[in-house]
Write a protein that binds this ligand. Structure first.
Ligand SMILES: Nc1ncnc2c1ncn2[C@@H]1O[C@H](COP(=O)(O)OP(=O)(O)OP(=O)(O)O)[C@@H](O)[C@H]1O
Length: 615
């Protein structure tokens, strides 16, 4: 019903005209059978003057039979297009409405999603316009069955009953087909994954360097084979069943023909009656077969639509508490993680184990730790992409579970370690950080300047309008000049991502996860100096493996195996000679400068001061 309502709303006029055409088309075969009978009977009786009338009528029916299918095909396609648009809109709105990340990492959900994506407007045809087809088939069927009943009630019952096994078999087959499609959807997804690795420019480097082409192609073909073997088994089963059903209807038609010929020989049927009978049996069987087809295809489409419905009606993945505040007030005291425990799944290990951390308003906190310590995870919890498994995160004392996630995120600006590189223009790459600022070139330029990427942009062929993609063409005002865009270097992309983050100024919390990992030494120094200014007076959390960059933070927190093992200022932690001091010394050794040439540069002082306190 939901599918039909959706289709009706997508194109009311088209649907009404289509329905009318179907009704008229449904009457055509019966009209043909009767007009033919009248012509034959009148001819046999020598009433040639009346024959002309029936002939004209038959010609009109023929014309309608010729034109209406084209008109109905157009309307069918138009309805499918409109429905497709509204279904895609519904599906993508729902996906955008998932506010957390865990659903996107759930393979079961991904399988459902890939099935839901198959429920397009076109695929829904059997349910929507197919329903009208069914109306036409029913009309044809009723009128033909009426004709047949007049001539032979037994035959009418026989033809109708013979359709029942066909209907049951087709319904069973359509369910099996959808189950098969759902069963192979994981393979289909993997096939797309391997195919993208081969075709996408991002995978092309390693594919070529490591000679992965054949390896990936074989894996892709392996997944294709899994999918195809499911389809093949299904096709065979359908072919077997359909052949048996065809045999059944042939037997029924042959029995009927035999009866009609014998009745005509006995004189109980006229020649015209036999013609009408043969047309009625063939027509009834065709209409019944069409009806069974329609019902089976509609059933199959409805089963697929079930996935669309399932995905679009999923409950909120991050329910907000009953005391939900509509708006989150500006941060006035601070953010507190209170005994926060977290694991990505019940059967996954604990990633955070009782973290207590306060980010006081206006403070700058740096988070350091080895790979996998849980730093990025902690950031994801602060953004409420996941809820803590145990413990609470409080924003001025309010549990962030009681705040709509979009409100919380509106109050922060975050640079992720795995930031996005969009195949969009420079302006758009920065502007997506705050869509309100997208039309404001001045704000984009200011953000670019603060991220130190303004000089790079100035050197690009079309400045802020340069397309940062080599896979899409760039269109200029004069449509003739179509050229591929520009590719940036890793560090340039990183600065652009930083500009995107800095565009969200005036936010309460600034989080930077490895903001300088891809930068050259000079850029890193400049960026950190700039960021220190940005962070001044703002609540900020900085994650970095470059310990020279975090030493200015008010508090440095060391995370190890999901626990905070040290916290304090740089000097305090160096004096403590623990994990931080050890890491600092190891790193500082790499910067060791025997000539003392860089003593004046922040963060790069001779490491001996550190070494002195580390055992
Ligand atoms: N989406 C996820 N699902 C399951 N496990 C995850 C997920 N993301 C991270 N992990 C696991 O959580 C642990 C901590 O990862 P996290 O990214 O938080 O570490 P990190 O301290 O930021 O590391 P790095 O310094 O390498 O960036 C890792 O063991 C990782 O395997």
């Amino acid at each position: 019903m939901a599918a039909w309502l959706l289709s009706w709303r997508a194109g009311r006029l088209q649907a009404a005209v289509y329905l009318l055409i179907m009704v008229v088309s449904g009457l055509l075969p019966t009209a043909t059978a009767w007009f033919t009978k009248f012509i034959v009977d009148d001819l046999a009786a020598g009433r040639t003057d009346v024959v002309v009338r029936w002939t004209v009528a038959l010609a009109v029916v023929g014309l309608a039979a010729g034109v209406l299918p084209h008109l109905s095909t157009y309307l069918q396609n138009e309805l499918a297009r409109r429905l497709d648009r509204s279904m895609q809109d519904r599906l993508y709105r729902s996906i955008n409405g998932f506010r957390g990340l865990s659903r996107f990492e759930n393979p079961e959900f991904r399988n459902d999603l890939s099935m839901a994506l198959q429920a397009s407007g076109g695929a829904m045809g059997p349910v929507t316009t197919g329903l009208f087809d069914t109306v036409r088939n029913v009309i044809t069927l009723v009128s033909l069955l009426g004709t047949l009943t007049l001539l032979s009630p037994v035959m009418a019952v026989l033809v109708a009953v013979a359709a029942v096994p066909a209907l049951i078999a087709r319904l069973v087959l359509s369910r099996q087909r959808v189950n098969m499609l759902a069963g192979v959807s994981a393979s289909a997804r993997r096939q797309i994954f391997y195919s993208l690795l081969i075709t996408d420019v991002r995978g092309a480097k390693e594919t070529r360097l490591f000679g992965l082409g054949d390896f990936l192609r074989e894996r892709m073909l392996g997944e294709l084979a899994v999918r195809q073997s499911g389809e093949r088994a299904m096709d065979r089963r359908e072919a077997r069943t359909q052949s048996l059903l065809a045999l059944l209807s042939t037997v029924v038609a042959a029995v009927g023909l035999l009866w009609a010929v014998r009745a005509a020989a006995r004189g109980s049927l006229s020649v015209g009656d036999v013609t009408a009978f043969v047309a009625a049996v063939a027509g009834t069987q065709a209409a019944l077969a069409g009806l069974v087809d329609n019902v089976a295809f509609a059933h199959q489409a409805l089963l697929v639509f079930g996935y669309h419905d399932k995905v679009t009606s999923l409950p909120d993945d991050l329910p907000t508490g009953p005391s939900a505040a509509g708006e989150l007030p500006e941060l006035s005291v601070g953010i507190e993680l209170r005994d926060v425990w977290f694991r990505y799944d019940e059967d996954h290990p604990w990633i955070l184990r009782g973290v207590d951390l306060t980010l006081a308003k206006g403070s700058s906190v740096a988070l350091v730790g080895l790979n996998g310590a849980g730093k990025s995870t902690l950031i994801k919890l602060l953004c409420r992409f996941y809820d803590p498994t145990r413990g609470r995160i409080l924003w001025d004392g309010v549990d962030i579970r009681d705040v709509p996630p979009q409100e919380l995120r509106r109050r922060m600006s975050v640079l992720f370690q795995d930031y996005m590189c969009y195949d969009l223009t420079v302006a758009e790459n920065i502007g997506v950080g705050d869509l309100d600022a997208l039309p404001d070139r001045g704000r984009l330029q200011e953000a670019a300047r603060r991220a130190g990427v303004d000089v790079v942009v100035a050197g690009l062929p079309r400045g802020y309008d340069t397309m940062l993609s080599r896979i899409f063409t760039e269109r200029t005002e004069d449509e003739e000049d179509v050229s591929a865009g520009v590719a940036l270097s890793g560090g340039q992309w990183q600065r652009l991502a930083l500009a995107r983050t800095l565009l969200r100024d005036r936010r309460d919390l600034l989080i930077l996860d490895e903001p300088s990992a891809g930068l050259d030494a000079e850029a890193e120094y400049e960026i950190h100096r700039g960021l220190r200014e940005q962070r001044a007076g703002r609540t900020s959390l900085l994650v970095s493996h470059r310990l020279g960059a975090v030493r200015e933070a008010g508090t440095i927190v060391v995370l190890e195996d999901g626990r905070i093992v040290e916290r304090g200022s740089h000097d305090e932690l160096m004096a403590r000679a623990g994990t931080y001091a050890k890491l600092f010394v190891i790193q500082a050794d790499g910067y060791r400068d025997p000539d003392g040439l860089r003593d004046d540069v922040d963060g790069y002082r001779d490491p001996d001061e550190a070494r002195a306190v580390v055992p």
